[in-house]
Ligand binder design. Structure first.
Ligand code: FE2
Length: 178
């Protein structure tokens, strides 16, 4: 099966809820992509947004991991799979969207704005970033887009929102293949 078809089927078949939220993983990722579009992001960043939690499709039960107080490292698992097919500029922000959360959480207001589930996963992911690490992260070529993706990600949890169909992103996905 062609990879785009395989990816689209994952979105169509996934009904598991986004950890601790009321929407499905598929809805969450499509909402993230829609926010990227609304904010006039580059096509690369829209594609990253759409695929950013793909690792959760691969991990068999993300909720169970959180319950067991384990971090499934979904950003690495997603990238390991996606890097066989997609260009680097799409992968970068996916790889670093968890680091971006740890970076942003240094700000109290941001931290308080996180959902309970997100606060728990932050802890499991290693907690708030140190100042030294934050300085290093600012020099990462994907820093800006990772932060943008993270902010879309945090907002993409609206229950009942009318969303696009995954097929609407077929051309975009195809255009970012290696
Ligand atoms: Fe997400």
């Amino acid at each position: 099966m062609n990879i785009i078809r395989q990816i689209i089927l994952c979105y169509l078949n996934n009904n598991s809820l986004y950890i601790g939220e009321k929407i499905t993983m598929t809805e969450h990722m499509i909402q993230t992509a829609m926010l990227a579009e609304k904010n006039n992001s580059s096509s690369n960043l829209i594609c990253s947004s759409l695929l950013h939690d793909y690792g959760h499709f691969i991990l068999d039960n993300p909720n169970k991991l959180v319950n067991k107080k384990e971090d499934g490292k979904h950003e690495n698992i997603g990238c390991e799979f996606l890097k066989k097919y997609f260009i680097k500029d799409v992968l970068g922000p996916i790889q670093f969207h968890v680091e971006a959360k740890k970076y942003l959480a240094r700000d109290k207001k941001y931290y308080q704005s996180l959902s309970e589930a997100s606060k728990i996963s932050l802890k499991l992911q290693g907690g708030i970033m140190s100042n030294k690490k934050a300085k290093e992260f600012e020099n990462n070529v994907f820093f800006e887009n990772s932060i943008k993706l993270r902010k879309f990600d945090d907002k993409a949890k609206t229950y009942g929102l009318k969303i696009k169909h995954i097929n609407d992103y077929k051309n975009l996905l195809t255009s970012k293949l290696l």
